[in-house]
Design a protein around this ligand. Structure first.
Ligand SMILES: [Cu+2]
Length: 476
């Protein structure tokens, strides 16, 4: 699916939304957040006392940043430690890591450790009971054992509403790599690439609906052609860690003349390392892939959509001794499908028929002119979405019935799930924490309730999450 298809079915903000007041649902969410925050004020004070005593392994300072994405082209944003992405946090699996989050902005903020199996209070989601960092210098200390191994990330977990430069629209994200105790390391170099869209704005449609579009895009902090190239040598094997940090858009990338051997999805090793020409990721999805450098030249690794690539989403790959204009060729086909990376369905580690079903129907809800479309789960808008009381150790099957004309990158906090059914077919061996739900289809995810505590499940598309597409699973 390309950007235009996505937008055609996509984000529906009504014409008056920008000028409108906060909706009731939004107010409810903010109220719920402030109640949780108050109940954790005591913990927050304790954390600040600790912070003064022992130095952390890492400090993340959240502050405004003027980011130059191309000569003379400045994006005003907020970011971690004055850079985008924030520093790479890299630890061994099981290693305890202590991180202080210092908030130098004028709004409360919080950092979510995405893809880690950690306690709710450390997870970095206000709705789960993790405390926020107060504005104007507030500090929160996070301390947890980093697991499971794989390519994780961290990002702000706040509310954007009509401010299309806040929350995941901002530069507040970074890579979090957890290395297994034994790394095979069959590669010559390793690179981390984050795709991001900048300067979101509301684009008017002819039907009265409006859409989020963007002026600029980058890979890491620079637009295509304005950063350092990825320098390679013929014969090298390059391990690429790709992350889509866009607030709202799925992206497809390719590297002409080369293929990607996919080794992990969302940091979890795949059953079948299929070789693909394109990689497609919804917001928050990650792909690890090995590229064999056997086509000397100067190439563009970039978005397959020409408009998005021209707006900056690309990076030059330059072989040693090669010069000239970077080359782009459209791929023959988009060949990235989750099922290609699965194993034999019969060998599924999580036979879905043994898991307790939790049916979840996803629908938009028209709220009147001058307002957002809201998103409902089983007819309810957050915070009225039901917190199902799960049993520790039991296995569950989320049956997601997407009755909308949108795709949704849904995310389950603090757990890894298996994608067990998609497009009407059983899948095994595909473990993820975000999955892009096809429109007008049922998708099934199986997980074990093995990390007790409040657990958020939500759409990672910022405006959908902000408009009610969120629920809390709870078990003790
Ligand atoms: Cu969504």
């Amino acid at each position: 699916m390309r950007r235009r298809d996505f937008l055609a079915g996509g984000t529906k903000l009504l014409a008056g939304a920008m000028a409108g007041t906060l909706t009731q649902a939004v107010e409810r969410r903010l109220m719920a957040q402030s109640l949780v925050s108050q109940s954790h004020a005591a913990r927050a004070m304790a954390a600040q006392t600790i912070a003064a005593q022992t130095p952390p392994d890492h400090t993340i300072r959240i502050a405004p940043l003027k980011l130059e994405i191309a000569p003379g082209r400045i994006v005003k944003t907020t970011a971690y430690n004055g850079r985008v992405p924030g520093e790479l946090i890299r630890v061994r699996e099981g290693q305890r890591v202590t991180i202080d989050v210092v908030n130098e902005t004028d709004r409360p903020d919080i950092v979510h450790w995405h893809g880690l199996h950690i306690p709710s209070v450390e997870d970095g989601a206000d709705e789960e009971g993790s405390p926020m960092s107060a504005p104007h210098g507030g500090v929160q200390r996070y301390s947890f054992e980093a697991r499971p191994a794989g390519f994780r990330w961290y990002h702000t977990h706040t509310y954007a509403g009509h401010h299309l430069d806040r929350a995941t629209f901002s530069g507040e994200f970074g890579f979090f790599m957890i290395d297994a105790r034994e790394e095979p390391g069959r590669y010559d170099q390793e690179i981390f690439l984050a795709l991001h869209d900048w300067n979101g704005y509301i684009h008017g449609g002819s039907d009265g609906y409006q859409e989020v579009m963007y002026n600029h895009a980058t890979i890491n902090d620079r637009m295509l052609g304005h950063g350092e190239p990825i320098r390679v040598r013929a014969g090298e094997r390059v391990l690429v860690h790709l992350l889509n940090t866009s607030a709202t858009l799925a992206h497809t990338v390719a590297l002409p003349g080369h293929h990607f051997r996919v080794t992990a999805l969302d940091g979890n090793p795949v059953a079948t390392q299929a070789v693909v020409e394109t990689i497609r990721m919804g917001p928050a999805e990650r792909v690890d892939a090995v590229v064999e450098m056997k086509e000397p030249g100067v190439w563009i690794l970039g978005e397959t959509d020409a408009q998005i690539r021209r707006s900056g989403m690309g990076i030059v790959v330059e072989y040693a001794g090669q010069t000239g204009e970077p080359q782009w060729r459209d791929p023959d086909r988009d060949d990235f499908h989750y099922a290609r990376f699965g194993g034999q369905a019969a060998n599924g580690e999580y036979p879905s028929d043994e898991a307790i079903p939790i049916p979840l129907v996803i629908r938009p809800k028209f709220e009147g002119y001058g307002d957002f479309d809201h998103w409902t789960i089983n007819g309810e808008v957050w915070p009225h979405t039901h917190a199902t009381n799960l049993k520790t150790g039991a296995r569950y099957r989320l049956i997601l019935d997407n009755q909308s004309d949108d795709i949704h990158p849904v995310h389950l906090h603090r757990h890894t799930f298996a994608v067990s059914r998609m497009h009407g077919r059983a899948i095994s061996g595909v473990y993820k924490d975000v999955v892009l739900l096809p429109m007008r289809e049922q998708t099934e995810l199986v997980f074990t309730a093995n990390n007790p505590g409040r657990t958020l499940f939500h759409c990672h598309q910022q405006d959908h999450m902000d408009s009610g597409f969120m629920m809390l699973l709870h078990y003790a």
